[in-house]
Design a protein around this ligand. Structure first.
Ligand code: SAM
Length: 235
């Protein structure tokens, strides 16, 4: 038997993010479903006052984990155009797609053909029109330079070494002046021998050296161990 929803309210800090309250007092994040009736990764669909919401699971999405852990500012709102590196099968991109709405756009780069196929199948099933899937390698932005127009935000979650460098290289190509970057640091992917805090410092230094002002860093535990999210702005 499913637990009754007793309230859905806007998140106090973040545009397009909602907090669903259940009758047992528990609360969960959600976004308003841009493609009602369609699930992306088995998430719960929640009906409330003629609207449908999708539960946003912090164990499945690092952006949700950052929000639950109290990040103060995410540079995403209605109409935002974003380049998303490391889309996988589209879990987090789908929630960003809900937030940015029909006027927004998410160029979503993934380099594994197998994962990309799954991503495409889900997009076709859902009919999400604001997600542009790109099979490409984020280390080589020239591969997709002819598809991508200037963006407000570049987001990276590739779980690979040198993520900050890859992010800055992509920002050089595609980020509009004064735009933002969002970096998911997975310490273990960068250097398994270094303590996580050392790795975080190195990646943040790379961003500073490449002309970014660091606005905020949030650790993602307990949802993801040795992970952090960094928000920075191009000076
Ligand atoms: C941690 S998963 C991303 C999860 C996704 N961001 C989400 O929250 O829904 C990392 C993804 O990055 C992809 N990836 C790794 N290196 C890449 C590269 N150089 N270019 C593009 N994608 C890459 C992997 O194939 C994998 O699907």
């Amino acid at each position: 038997m499913s637990i009754e929803v007793v309230d859905v309210r806007k998140h106090e800090h973040h545009f397009g993010v909602y907090v669903v309250k259940f009758e047992d007092g528990t609360e969960r994040l959600a976004t308003k479903n841009l493609t009602p009736g369609k699930r992306v990764y088995g998430e719960r669909l929640i009906k409330w006052r003629d609207e449908e919401y999708r539960e946003w699971n912090p164990y499945r999405s690092k952006l949700a984990a950052a929000i639950v852990n109290g990040i103060k500012f995410i540079p995403i709102q209605e109409g935002t155009h974003m380049l998303y590196l490391g889309a996988a099968s589209g879990t987090t991109p789908s929630h960003i797609s809900d937030i940015v709405g029909e006027r927004g756009l998410i160029y979503s780069v993934e380099f594994s053909p197998r994962v990309f196929r799954e991503f495409i199948e889900k997009l076709v099933d859902q009919g999400r029109r604001n997600v542009v899937p790109i099979l490409g390698d984020a280390r080589f932005p020239y591969q997709y330079a002819h598809y991508v127009k200037g963006v407000d935000v570049v987001y990276i979650d590739v779980a690979q070494p040198a993520q900050a460098k890859i992010l800055a290289d992509n920002a050089d190509y595609f980020l509009k002046p004064g735009g933002y970057v969002m970096l998911v640091i997975k310490a273990m992917s960068i250097d398994v021998t270094a303590p996580a805090t050392e790795t975080f410092k190195q990646e943040i230094n790379t961003l500073k050296e490449r002309g970014f002002e660091i606005l905020e860093t949030v650790h993602l535990e307990p949802y993801d161990t040795a992970h952090a999210m960094v928000i920075a702005k191009k000076k």
